[in-house]
Ligand binder design. Structure first.
Ligand code: ADP
Ligand code: ZN
Length: 510
């Protein structure tokens, strides 16, 4: 495995999740990988595809991406081809012939191709060793980008005995279950790496002056590359006109533009000839541009999957980037309208998703944590420390101090007087402490390097976050304090203790 990774792709080590997924496939077992955007999903089917020999069929809804992937593979000495509607009849014939002669190791196709009888007949004659589903959320009718053609695909591939590998960056619990049942993937064959992206700072801005905000933001980030997503073509055009007036260098993209113009604009942006892209959500699928420093949403998307996928195009190079969502109540009404015109069978589900999207704009909890929680409800909401809401809650990580305070409080047998708690934490000496043998507690003097004032401020934060309750001037732990004690959550505060003598190294719980 390592050998192939190095020889063909030039990488030394596998990233999280890749090795496990490849191992399943090599053992002829189907698997599902949920890896973040830029996490390296392609390698997960390309490496085992090369090792297994024969043909790997890659089913992807992203026609725009096929050519790039195929060119890259061919450039590394791996023979690959794609079949999609962009090909001329002669090119298509040539590839069909090549397939018949087992000339290719990889074949990329869109799901719609399975509607063709000749294509299906040909597949029956090929030595298919692996079938990969890229952007696998599109298989599921609960996915935000469902393609009905996948029904045909699923019916047909059932006859193949090779393993299936499905990969996606965005799968909710429903979508995950759906993919698993459609492709017959066992629970312990689902590899999910954290959906979190450390380098992204999420912000929500309910401004009434969207235009002004965007103008000022772009002007103060002149040297950065960024995408501005707007809800409609009209909105894209309007913004573009504004930018023209202001002489702000930009380009635009939406499905209403002629194909040649779309492609030209996309190339300008991707090749860094133009820093700003104003676009509808038609832009970005499968675009591999690593240095996007910000993604601004001028309008609120319909669900968090769409939002996270679009916003996630920022910072693929791992450098700090911003994802800003502007929204107004009008956006909610527009999405409600779109839902009312959609397939009735899934309207309820869509409404539910919209509600969660709206919740994101209103929550006071960590924004990135809220998104991760949406995809993995079992995961504890972890403050990221850099989103708009986390910053509002402070930037000093007091998790270690919180743990000490809460443990001490429990050991002192609540309810406890605040001043007495502080004295015990500071390791002070008085008759009350002696009488109750508090000086023999393991938590005695745990915060001896802090001033009384510091500890008192920490306690304030714990009270504010609801981990401690105060009854008649005495303090008791709330059941939620367990999250802190078990190391499942961080506690942030605005208050930076300046008086403590030794700089304590704080391990953040991640
Ligand atoms: P996505 O998960 O978004 O489909 P890609 O498969 O396009 O991501 O991979 C994103 C980038 O990461 C690519 O440039 C790819 O070559 C690179 N990459 C993938 N695996 C590794 C690895 N093990 N080590 C280093 N870079 C990798
Ligand atoms: Zn946060």
């Amino acid at each position: 495995m390592e050998d192939i990774l190095q020889r063909y792709f030039g990488y030394e080590t596998f990233r999280t999740g890749q090795r496990e997924l490849i191992s399943f496939v090599l053992d002829n077992e189907s698997a599902l990988g949920i890896l973040p955007t830029g996490g390296g999903k392609s390698i997960c089917y390309q490496v085992p595809g090369i090792i297994k020999g024969g043909l790997t069929l890659v089913i992807s809804p992203l026609i725009s991406l096929m050519k790039d992937q195929v060119d890259t593979l061919n450039a590394s000495g791996i023979s690959a081809a794609y079949l999609n509607s962009n090909l001329k009849a002669a090119e298509e014939r040539e590839i069909m012939t090549g397939l018949a002669y087992n000339r290719y190791q990889f074949l990329y196709v869109a799901p719609e191709r399975f509607n063709q009888l000749t294509f299906r007949q040909m597949l029956n004659q090929l030595d298919i060793k692996l079938i990969a589903f890229d952007e696998a959320h599109c298989i599921s009718k609960w996915g935000h980008d469902f393609r009905p053609s996948y029904r045909q695909v699923i019916n047909f591939i059932g006859r193949f005995s090779c393993p299936f590998l499905a990969v996606t960056a965005t799968a909710t619990v429903d979508v995950k279950k759906d993919i698993q049942s459609l492709l017959n993937i066992a629970d312990d064959h689902v590899i999910e790496t954290s959906t979190g992206r450390d380098n992204l700072a999420f912000k929500v801005d309910p401004t009434y002056q969207k235009e002004k905000m965007v103008r000022e933001y772009v002007s103060s980030h002149r040297h950065d590359s960024g995408i501005i997503y707007a809800g409609t073509r009209k909105q894209v055009e309007a913004l573009s006109e504004q930018f023209n007036h202001l002489n702000i260098d930009h380009t635009l993209y939406h499905a209403g533009l002629p194909k040649a113009e779309r492609e030209e604009n996309q190339a300008k942006f991707v090749n860094d000839d133009c820093p700003v892209m104003i676009a509808t959500n038609a832009f970005g699928m499968g675009i591999d541009k690593s240095n996007v420093r910000y993604v601004i949403h001028y309008n609120m998307p319909q669900d968090l999957e769409s939002y996270y996928q679009e916003a996630g195009r920022a910072g693929r190079d791992g450098l700090d980037s911003e994802c800003i969502l502007l929204f107004s109540d009008q956006d909610i009404r527009l999405q409600q309208f779109f839902i009312s015109t959609s397939d009735e069978a899934i309207q309820e589900k869509k409404k539910e998703k919209l509600e969660k999207m709206v919740h994101y704009t209103k929550t006071t909890q960590c924004l990135q944590g809220t998104i991760i929680n949406y995809f993995n409800p079992d995961e504890h909401l972890q403050p990221c420390g850099k989103c708009g809401n986390c910053l509002r809650q402070g930037s000093y990580n007091m998790t270690t101090e919180a743990l000490k305070i809460l443990s001490c409080l429990i050991r002192m047998k609540e309810p406890v007087n605040r001043l007495l708690l502080i004295k015990v934490l500071r390791g002070e000496d008085n008759h009350e402490i002696k009488d109750y043998h508090y000086h023999q507690l393991s938590t005695f003097g745990l915060l001896k390097d802090y001033e009384t004032k510091d500890i008192s401020r920490f306690i304030d934060t714990l009270l504010f976050n609801g981990y401690i309750h105060e009854v008649n001037g005495r303090m008791i732990c709330h059941p939620s304090a367990k999250e802190v004690i078990m190391g499942q959550t961080k506690v942030m505060t605005h208050y930076e203790p300046i008086n403590y003598k030794e700089k304590v190294t704080i391990k953040t719980v991640t």
